[in-house]
Design a protein around this ligand. Structure first.
Ligand code: G
Ligand code: G
Ligand code: MN
Ligand code: NA
Length: 255
């Protein structure tokens, strides 16, 4: 209850900020861009992680407003960085199922944010949850096509943890599968996990998708994933989520 009151103030006063986690090309080691991750700078409690408040924002009906802010900020900053460094940096933004459920209104939000920030649509990736693949609805499918028509790309986040129907995966216009970090964590010590991850990489590639591994924490995992031809990666070994100014320095250092 206190949390709800505090969140109303947070939305009204703009107490949110974004951290950026590097996205790396596994074959070359090149920095391709980032995933934007929401944080709340609470006046007393300090920096609050999203697991503690995203669901509450959803229940309060505030996630669309905050989600729009996230997209706006991430696109604006990425457009500026791309301009400064003369290259097309990517940015991935997490989308709540409730934002997606807005339908046409959500498509309009994405269109407006791209127009306002000037970020080329090809540089924005929207991360959707695996739950959308389960719903198997014509409506979800149509919405995904509308978003793709704007030029943005779509990823399925935390892939492998839900109950996505492989049959439906084929019909969804998805560009990228993001393998959940629980599969990556056990790569080294568990050979059967190598088989599993390899199967996901093959599945994605055969469907014309890119595959990203999340939660890479060791050099061994990174080289295993490169050997399995996984395209891109994120994780503490490659770079932790960091504040805007720290990420800007990372870019400037040519990392
Ligand atoms: O950044 P961190 O690992 O603490 O994120 C925890 C969870 O919060 C992840 O599942 C992530 O997808 C989610 N999350 C982070 N930022 C956002 C956001 O801007 N919108 C939504 N809907 N979820 C987010
Ligand atoms: O669900 P989603 O993939 O959006 O979650 C991203 C979350 O994963 C962020 O909160 C981020 O802090 C966390 N994360 C990113 N890299 C790693 C990692 O290497 N290990 C662990 N344990 N968490 C990570
Ligand atoms: Mn994500
Ligand atoms: Na994820």
């Amino acid at each position: 209850l206190e949390l709800e009151g505090d969140l109303r103030v947070a939305v009204a006063e703009g107490q949110f900020l974004l951290h950026y986690q590097p996205l790396i090309d596994l074959a070359s080691g090149q920095l391709l861009g980032s995933e934007a991750l929401l944080r709340w700078q609470h006046p007393q409690r300090g920096l609050v992680p999203p697991i503690e408040f995203i669901t509450v924002l959803e229940e309060m009906g505030l996630i669309a407003e905050v989600g729009r802010w996230v997209m706006q900020r991430a696109c604006c900053v990425t457009a500026r960085w791309s301009h400064e460094h003369g290259r097309a940096l990517k940015v991935a933004v997490n989308v709540s199922p409730l934002q997606f459920a807005q339908g046409e209104a959500f498509v309009e939000t994405v269109r407006a944010v791209l127009a306002e920030t000037g970020l080329p649509p090809q540089q924005l990736q929207l991360e959707l949850t695996e739950g959308l693949l389960m719903s198997q609805s014509e409506q979800s499918l149509a919405l995904m096509h509308q978003l793709r028509a704007l030029g943005v790309s779509l990823a399925i986040d935390d892939f492998g943890t839900g109950y996505s129907s492989l049959a439906y995966l084929r019909s969804f216009p998805v560009d990228t599968l993001k393998i959940d970090r629980s599969f990556i964590r056990d790569l080294g010590p568990r050979p059967e996990h190598i088989t599993l991850v390899y199967a996901i990489v093959q599945l994605g590639h055969n469907l014309g998708m890119k595959v990203t591994a999340e939660g890479i924490e060791t050099a061994e995992q990174r080289s295993q994933l490169a050997d399995l031809r996984c395209d891109t990666g994120q994780g503490y070994f490659l770079g932790r989520p960091v504040p805007e100014e720290v990420y800007a320095r990372l870019l400037a250092s040519g990392e």
